[in-house]
Design a protein around this ligand. Structure first.
Ligand code: NAG
Ligand code: NAG
Length: 234
């Protein structure tokens, strides 16, 4: 058969795959550092698979499924993955354990079909994140004005948090929570004000972490005018 019919077949196959405009649909996968992840592979059930070639930055492994109940052969070609990868039957999805930062990036699975003699490629983008630890809080305050208004700046951070971390502050008043986006919250408090509790919440695609609630008043209380009732504990 000439080259043209094959090209046509390939185009039809891509069409049927529901690919987007650039012909590639990439699965975004989020995983946890030092834990494991599976890149799910979809293979046509009505087609016999000749082989599956997994790539990352280079060729990672080749899987040749066994026939008639015999075990297949797996060749891991990238030493970086040696001993850390397995292939989950029946689809031979790629399972990577003990993830490192270097495992981030793009992956492709090339599925070679025996019967139709064409291949399909599936694309993945693996993002490795650290599980977030408890946020670290920094409070700065300043007393100003006659009434002893205390202006506060609450900052929230997590050491080695990595990418894609979002912070928000939750203030609690009478059991009602209000969220403020961002890692820094500016607020004020005056003696006699209601007690507000503040909690910082941080999240990334694989985890979230919250600080313990801190009351606003006591940070300002050290410099308050004597005799005022500023006990903010509830
Ligand atoms: C996981 O990988 C790190 C290096 O990235 C290595 O130091 C550690 O021993 C590995 N842990 C396991 C359980 O294989
Ligand atoms: C935060 O993480 C816990 C598990 O640690 C999960 O059950 C919860 O749904 C997460 N919440 C959000 C808002 O992501």
């Amino acid at each position: 058969m000439g080259a043209l019919p094959w090209l046509l077949l390939l185009l039809l196959f891509q069409e049927a795959d529901g690919d987007s405009g650039d012909g590639v649909e990439t699965k975004e996968v989020a995983a946890v550092l030092q834990e494991s992840i599976s890149l799910p592979l979809e293979i046509p059930l009505d087609e016999e698979v000749e082989s599956i070639i997994w790539f990352s930055h280079r060729r990672l492994a080749t899987v040749v499924p066994g026939k008639g109940g015999h075990p297949g052969t797996i060749t891991v070609t990238d030493p970086k993955y040696q001993g850390r990868v397995s292939f989950l039957e029946p689809t031979f999805s790629l399972h990577i354990s003990n993830l490192s930062w270097e495992d981030s990036g793009s992956y492709q699975a090339q599925v070679n079909l025996r019967t139709s003699q064409i291949f399909t490629t599936q694309h993945y983008n693996l993002h490795v994140y650290r599980r977030l630890s408890e946020p670290h809080l920094t409070v700065k305050f300043e007393i100003s004005g006659e009434e002893g208004t205390c202006t506060m700046s609450l900052a929230c951070s997590i050491e080695k948090a990595g990418l894609d971390v979002t912070y928000s502050w939750i203030s609690w008043e009478d059991g009602t929570a209000t969220a403020h986006e961002g890692s820094v919250l500016s607020t004020s408090w005056r003696p006699g004000d209601k007690t507000l509790l503040y909690t910082c919440r941080a999240s990334n695609p694989v985890s979230n972490a919250s600080s313990r609630p801190i009351p606003a008043g006591p940070f300002c209380a050290g410099t308050r005018a004597p005799g005022e009732n500023t006990d903010s504990r509830t």
